[in-house]
Design a protein around this ligand. Sequence first.
Ligand code: ADP
Ligand code: MG
Ligand code: MG
Length: 894
Amino acid sequence: IQYVYEFGKKTDGDSKMKELLGGKGANLAEMARIGLPVPPGFTITTEVCTYFYDHKRSYPKTLAKEVKAAVTTVEKQLGKKFGDTKNPLLFSVRSGARESMPGMMDTILNLGLNDETVEALAQKSGNERFAYDCYRRFIQMYGDVVMGVQPESENDHEPFDEVMSQLKKEVKASEDNDLTVDDLKELIKRYKALIKKKTKGAFPQDVYEQLWGAVGAVFSSWQNERATIYRQKYNISAEWGTAVNVQAMVFGNMGDSCATGVAFTRDPANGEKVFYGEYLINAQGEDVVAGVRTPNPIAMLADEMPKSHAELVKVCAKLEKHFKDMQDFEFTIEDTVLYMLQTRNGKRTGLAAVRIAAEMVKERLINEKTAVQRIPADSISSLLVPVFDAAAAKKAKPLTVGLPAGPGAATGHIVFSAAAAERHAEDGVKCVLCRVETSPEDLRGMIASEGILTSRGGVSSHAALVARQMGKVCVCGAADVEIDYAKKTLRVGKTVLKEDDYISIDGTTGEIFAGQIPTAPSEVDQVLNGKLKPAKSYTFQMFDSVMKWADKYRKLGVRTNADTPAQATSAVAFGAEGIGLCRTEHMFFEGDRITFMRQMILAGDETERRKALKKLLPFQRKDFTGLFKAMGGRPVTVRLLDPPLHEFLPNDDAARRAVAEALNITPEVLTARIASLHEENPMLGHRGCRLGISYPEITEMQARAIFEAAAACLNAKKKVDVNVEVMVPLVGFAKELKLQSDLIHKVAAEVMEAKKVKIKYLVGTMVEIPRAAVRSAEIAETAEFFSFGTNDLTQTTLGMSRDDAGAFLGDYKELDILPQNPFASIDQAGVGKLVELGVEGGRSTRKNIKLGVCGEHGGDPASIKFFHGVGLNYVSCSPPRVPVARLAAAQAAL
Ligand code: ADP
Ligand code: MG
Ligand code: MG
């Protein structure tokens, strides 16, 4: 097996080998192949990482020889030698997983420097200060990453930084750059002493020892906490492993004809086609990413180094033409010569994903199908996020403006630490994480907050990168904002805000406001609701094109779960083709109805119950009429009463007294009846069709309300078409459905006869307990449709309560028992198997049986892909997820 792949004059790999070489290694190889200036080097494969963990952190026998040979190739190509005391070759050692995990693992630069080679580098470059600056950086990185010299607690400073600050104080230097050569030599001495003190070991002088130390550190970092959290969040498998890239160093820090930067071929925040990015003159790469100095916008490079700028613009075009996607790349200019250090498909906001895909279709760089596949289905919802209410935002005066890094509007309490953000999130309090700059340690806090504000760092800083990927609202590099962690204050000019004060940030414009600002629906919403003309909103136009393409390719229908005409109307505007689930019980809580409902539940006998039901009938009829009108002939699945009855009962004394009075019974009798309805395990209790079996009059009333509403619509002067599907919940036995179905058909016939109208309707069932899936063939003799209720089906199949699973799902995920929350994304192997069984059985009895799914999974892209695969007719999800489902359904079909 080949463990080492070279790139440079001779290149072994290419961009298709991401699994083996990692994303970074594969693309370095590809760039070298298409003639871009890449410093030569080699990639140690991800298979070595797997080997490393399988063999007590050791390497395959042949690896050392392969590495040595690859080093020699680089030496020959550059005419330098690794560890040479005349013309030393230096390396960077970098991690690179299959998917990029920005900032998750550690890079070591300037490897190969020691007390002798540093002298040679000084001689050769004629720049002693540069050489010693590289050396002290290397010792610091190596000490931190490989030798583990790190702060002992969260509040401690970085130990190397502390040594540096102390020295700067002693020699009265204000910037790092003010340190003289002698200062740097002193610093190096102190760094080495620090390492000795903290590790009892010495900083290694042998360059191969350095190299193997760094390689081991990269492999080890694959299992560090940061990387593990990141993988969990993005469902990256721990088994993939990382590759290690060893690459000849080029120097952006050799003087003012040098620079280093990060750039995007398009704006990753809003997707606009502009050359975008930032750079620092006389700096090494990690200075840009770490947000230590705020870099200059790339446009300034056109003045400072016009030749390099022009060259970069050409590189952009070449990269996009070759990779056919927006690229995020890193470059270094050494003495006016440009080098490419990395390229990858750029992370982008949902908004940018849509815009870039839509515009690339127009530019004929990609076709519609590719565009549809390229937009993460979830990201379409970021076009639907609230913006600040226009009127309120106009009145509010921004305190200051930072860089817009993650679109959308966020408002919440100020917190200054990730820990505080997590605490707030646990209490359900919205907060905005305010930091000078963020580091990977802040990841948990960033996840927990509504938005992120930083005072330092540019658009490629850690905060911006992570926010873009998580779809978080983010404003970064707001230079006028002074954050004091010790005093817990945030100051802008004369305004001082304290921890827990409200702050509002606009990640689309970069504006920062004191206080809480109300938010408004997105532009897309505004257009769909007729409040904004389509021609006035470019965002809407993009949304519309993408949705049209998606509809062209998808096979699955998309319906919505809606209980009210307002929800239904909004879902139809989003493209819903019907209602897959109307939960009738949601209608029982409003106004007087709850009283009648309670009378019905607490009735002593059938006569009393029928009396109460009679009062409920007109309300239900009215609700259904509204819903049918809103849906204008599209299919509407109405589920009969499902929850256990005691959910409707009052639990405080005042309400109980009122109910007793209304029922004309004593509080004691009432209390006794309530007690008799108590259930130990209501989820598996007297609910669903079991209610209709015990009290057929409930089913009868609901059916009557449904069909009378249908008749009213059909008979109205302005006739409205109706297409209703009556759904019986929680069926496990064919007989249950048969009994309920007979009753429903009987009522339907009565209503049609009385109202002299023909109503188009179906009777079917929810498949939500395993027995129904197992006996589906038999049940389909009665059922004209199945709707897989995957929420309950998951609960009943896994025997896990959705409300209580939180207590252990974290452990399950960590131990890889369950890859993800089965209530968010369907457990394909288990619950999914039952769905397949249901489909098979249903179709075997009734060839054209209609099959759908309702429940959370109907809006989850991975689950949608699965449902497409098993051949369902439609999915149903909440109204705002409808566009996501349309796109995901198209992706499943392509
Ligand atoms: P990350 O994945 O966090 O971006 P990288 O491996 O890309 O980490 O390295 C971080 C920085 O180190 C890069 O921004 C780049 O500028 C710098 N760097 C990496 N390799 C080299 C090299 N061969 N020469 C000069 N700088 C380098
Ligand atoms: Mg990088
Ligand atoms: Mg259910």
